[in-house]
Design a protein around this ligand. Structure first.
Ligand code: GLC
Length: 589
């Protein structure tokens, strides 16, 4: 690929986005040239987080089969590496033969790989050639959240290069400058997706170059900023380090700065009183208006997970101590808040049913002034005797009682819930199997918004009609997150049952994006076929079930120290009211 002059890049950027003050080099990073493995960091000023002495880490001990699988690729890259031992070779040979369906899935996943200047950097959202003839929308782009299951499948297979490239290239796309007038994203925001474009080099029609073009929501339907992208990026960075043992990536100055920029954006002060993140509607997997503005569970669970992962990865020095303190304080407040106020089960709903309202005092039981009439009629019959779940959202005088799968599953995976609550969520899923799994795992949320609620909350969205798409549709990609939660809680049999359900249909149905109807029987009305995260989610689930110890690259255990720490500066008398004391009790609950 031809090298690009900086003048050329600047000219291209000016043509594409004339009024934005985004750095041209960030918008169009250069192709890797010569020996430099990645483009130069486009930052104008020196990094605010200087490089510090490296922490010593214990060497990573991946199981023999993984080391065996990783080694050949690494051998090719570094000729000086040692050869495999006989034991490792035997372990590699022991790997079960793939089924025809798995082979098909691998073929499709590899076919979805996107290359930038010759190197793999991600996977397209879908490879639905039929639908693309009409309009590909943005399904031909690499979505950050969609790539996570692809990355895991590749990592578990021992193919690590694509994930490393993805992590470094998306870092280059991260927003560096806060501008207001042109609706540019805030500093630290990661794009929702990016596309590799071929553009004429220096205005010539003979020479072309490839550029990475990110979308921060400025082209997305509804113009929603993807709050979850940066959180997923952090979670994936940690998983990459844990599985490959290559911690040098996360220790790089530019990567450390990237983590800190994301965290600064999340931890900055606002007007909000809650430890949860305040976001607009559609800022995550559900990227359309669905009444999830405020403090939706999905974002809180990913936020908690990203904070836990970052705490492990940030290099400790004088410059980072303040940030680590802020992370710990937020973690402890966040876990208390979610465990205490988002959790519902039969006794809790009965308590809400009997709430007094309009309580003005620090000791109010009904702190958020929830009117009992808000308890929806479906929930009265639906909530089982055994088990419970985290509600979808909590705001003043508002509890969103819908069950959102991703948030609940990720709360288990990251230990945002207590161990007892995590068990309770899986018990509820088991008890409500027909409602949540039906013919295809897994309902994105339950139940659907109907009639007036649908009209008012979705804005009469024809794509989100009841039991379709985000409004109670079934999304097979959620299978890998369910599998992860089941493995963490020692219930792999539940995940196996769900995988078996998916296995019956996915290949025949051409790997749809989502299914419709109350029981998930029909391929979704506007569902893409050959949706990459459906394919990758299936493969990741299968591989995790076969190697359950690998789940630890994504999970976090309960951290009792978090429950000890208290951020509040209350007087001795006030401290008796401090929520962290209660938090410690919760673990036993
Ligand atoms: C839809 C989904 C979103 C996904 C995108 C690409 O917009 O709502 O979560 O990232 O498609 O698959």
């Amino acid at each position: 690929m031809n090298a690009t002059s900086s003048m050329g890049i600047a000219a291209a950027a000016t043509t594409v986005r004339p009024c934005c003050r985004i750095l041209a080099a960030r918008l169009f990073p250069k192709c890797p040239r010569g020996a430099a493995p990645f483009p130069m960091c486009p930052r104008k000023s020196p990094s605010p987080f200087p490089k510090c002495p490296r922490r010593r880490r214990r060497p990573h001990l991946a199981p023999a089969w993984i080391r065996a699988a990783v080694a050949p690729a690494a051998d090719a890259a570094a000729p000086g590496r040692r050869r495999l031992s006989t034991e490792e070779e035997a372990a590699a040979a022991e790997v079960r033969e793939e089924t025809a369906m798995e082979r098909e899935a691998w073929g499709l996943l590899r076919g979805a790989v996107v290359r930038y200047c010759g190197s793999p950097v991600g996977t397209v959202a879908a490879s639905d050639v039929g639908a693309f003839r009409e309009d590909p929308l943005n399904y031909d782009q690499v979505f950050i959240r969609d790539f996570v299951p692809s990355a895991l499948a590749f990592l578990l297979k021992g193919e690590t290069e694509i994930v490393r490239n993805f992590l470094l290239h998306t870092l280059q796309l991260q927003s560096w400058e806060k501008t207001v007038d042109c609706y540019s994203p805030g500093q630290g925001l990661m794009p929702a997706s990016f596309k590799v474009r071929t553009v004429p080099l220096d205005g010539s029609n003979e020479a072309f170059e490839e550029v990475l073009d990110p979308d921060f929501g400025e082209s997305a339907i509804g113009r929603v900023a993807p709050v979850d992208s940066g959180l997923w990026w952090i979670v994936l960075l940690r998983a990459y380090g844990k599985i490959t043992g290559d911690y040098s990536l996360q220790e790089r100055v530019d990567v450390q700065t990237g983590i800190k920029l994301i965290l600064n954006l999340c931890l900055s002060d606002g007007f909000d009183m809650f430890p949860t993140l305040l976001v607009t509607d559609g800022s995550c997997m559900i990227d359309r208006r669905m009444g999830i503005h405020g403090h939706p569970l999905e974002i809180q669970a990913l936020f908690y997970s990203a904070l836990r992962c970052s705490r492990e990865m940030i290099t400790v020095n004088d410059g980072s101590k303040g940030l680590i303190r802020a992370i710990n304080n937020r973690l402890s407040a966040l876990s208390f808040h979610i465990r205490e106020y988002y959790w519902v089960d039969m006794p809790k709903i009965n308590e809400i049913y009997r709430y007094k309202t309009e309580e003005y005092s620090q000791d109010a039981t009904n702190k958020f002034n929830i009117y009992p009439d808000q308890i929806p009629s479906w929930l009265v019959d639906w909530i089982p005797e055994k088990g419970g779940y985290l509600i979808g959202n909590l705001q003043p005088a508002h509890m969103d009682f819908r069950f959102f799968s991703l948030g609940n599953l990720w709360a288990i995976v990251s230990s945002l819930t207590t161990p007892k609550q995590a068990e309770g969520i899986l018990n509820l899923i088991e008890e409500k199997w027909d409602d949540l799994m039906g013919n295809m795992p897994l309902k994105i949320c339950y139940p659907a918004l109907e009639y007036e609620e649908w009209r008012i909350i979705t804005g009469s969205d024809p794509k989100n009609t009841p039991w379709s798409y985000h409004n109670g549709g079934s999304w097979p990609t959620l299978l890998w997150q369910f599998t992860l939660a089941c493995i963490k809680m020692g219930r792999p049999e539940l995940a196996r049952k769900a995988v078996a359900l998916a296995e019956k249909r996915l290949s025949n149905d051409q790997w749809p994006e989502y299914y419709d109807t109350q029981t998930g029987r029909f391929i979704g009305k506007q569902s893409r076929l050959y949706q990459t995260w459906t394919i990758a989610g299936f493969l990741t689930s299968k591989m995790l079930l076969e190697n359950p110890e690998m789940a630890s690259i994504l999970t976090c255990d309960e951290d009792l120290e978090l429950l000890e720490g208290c951020a509040c500066k209350l007087t001795k008398a006030g401290r008796t009211k401090c929520s962290r004391r209660l938090a410690k009790k919760q673990v036993l609950y």
